[in-house]
Design a protein around this ligand. Structure first.
Ligand code: AMP
Ligand code: MN
Ligand code: MN
Ligand code: MN
Length: 277
């Protein structure tokens, strides 16, 4: 069984529509795929229909924007009921925050000499989620940055002219939505937050206390070393372990179907899933 439990479509900041994501996952040998768009579950119905057609088990998911100690972290909800009212009310509030932030990013970029960034990013988004990724794509397309990575660094991250600090929701709030909707809460790509060893342990301890179920051990954005480190930490903090590429499209950092297996000492997040027994 090949699992990929972290992917995006063009309903958030991925580039492929749900049908194309599923076709590519099928071609790559993925058997169980979670769609985890940022703060939005609108793509799940189309993905589920396409998955049924090719024999992929589609796990309804979401990647929730969370603030922990004034830092943004991402919490995956896996196996959530997409229509659950409490989850949807929560995600809708996050999208309002996103929309306000997008306006503010546009305004600040305007002052920094970048014209029409809000309109440009919104047009590129074309859907319910306007992400910094869409601003980065606009900045690159309009010639303000050489590529996405540089667009983030020069315009969108802390200290840059288009950086807008936001407070999302607390970990326990996001975890509460996920649990109310019947899902499992998994800390996404823990190595990406650039925390010191002490702060990583603080985050894992807090995530555990807040009711978190697991962490991503295998991630498209983890090095071999990160995977080993978080295998040990998952054990120590008694977390289930998840695996996901964080695929955003053909220009993503890792293609579908290319993840290493979960180490044998991990307890997989899917161990009790009926669809995957
Ligand atoms: P947002 O949730 O709108 O703040 O955007 C965060 C998204 O931007 C992440 O999910 C990544 O897909 C993308 N991202 C963040 N940092 C970078 C970077 N340095 N280069 C490319 N993409 C990035
Ligand atoms: Mn993203
Ligand atoms: Mn993320
Ligand atoms: Mn992601």
């Amino acid at each position: 069984m090949y699992y990929d439990l972290h992917t995006h479509t063009d309903y958030s900041d991925g580039t492929l529509p749900p049908e194309a994501l599923i076709a590519r996952a099928h071609a790559a040998g993925v058997k169980v795929l979670a769609l985890t768009d940022h703060d939005c579950t609108d793509g799940i119905a189309r993905a589920a229909a396409a998955a049924a057609g090719v024999g992929i088990t589609l796990i309804p998911g979401v990647e929730i924007s969370v603030t922990w100690q004034r830092q943004t972290i991402h919490v995956l909800g896996l196996g959530v009921a997409p229509t659950h009212a409490e989850l949807q009310t929560g995600l809708a509030a996050l999208r309002v925050t996103r929309g306000q932030r997008a306006h503010e990013i546009g305004a600040r970029l305007g002052k920094a000499g970048v014209a029409d960034a809000y309109a440009g990013a919104t047009a590129l988004a074309g859907g319910p989620i306007v992400s910094r990724t869409h601003f980065a794509r606009y900045l690159a397309a309009a010639g303000h940055a050489r590529d996405l990575r540089r667009a983030f660094k020069q315009f969108l991250t802390r200290g840059a002219p288009g950086h807008v600090p936001v407070t999302w929701v607390a970990p326990e709030v996001a975890i509460g939505w996920v649990h109310a909707a019947g899902g499992q809460a998994v800390l996404a790509h823990p190595a990406r937050y650039r925390l010191t060893t002490t702060r990583v342990r603080r985050l894992l301890a807090d995530f555990k206390d807040a009711g978190g179920d697991g962490i991503e051990v295998i991630s498209g954005s983890h090095s071999r070393d990160d995977m080993h480190r978080f295998t040990l930490l998952a054990r120590e903090f008694d977390f289930l372990a998840s695996a996901g590429s964080d695929y955003h499209g053909p220009d993503s950092w890792l293609d579908l179907g290319a993840l290493p297996p979960l180490p044998a000492e991990c307890r997989p997040v899917w161990r009790d899933w009926p669809a995957c027994a």
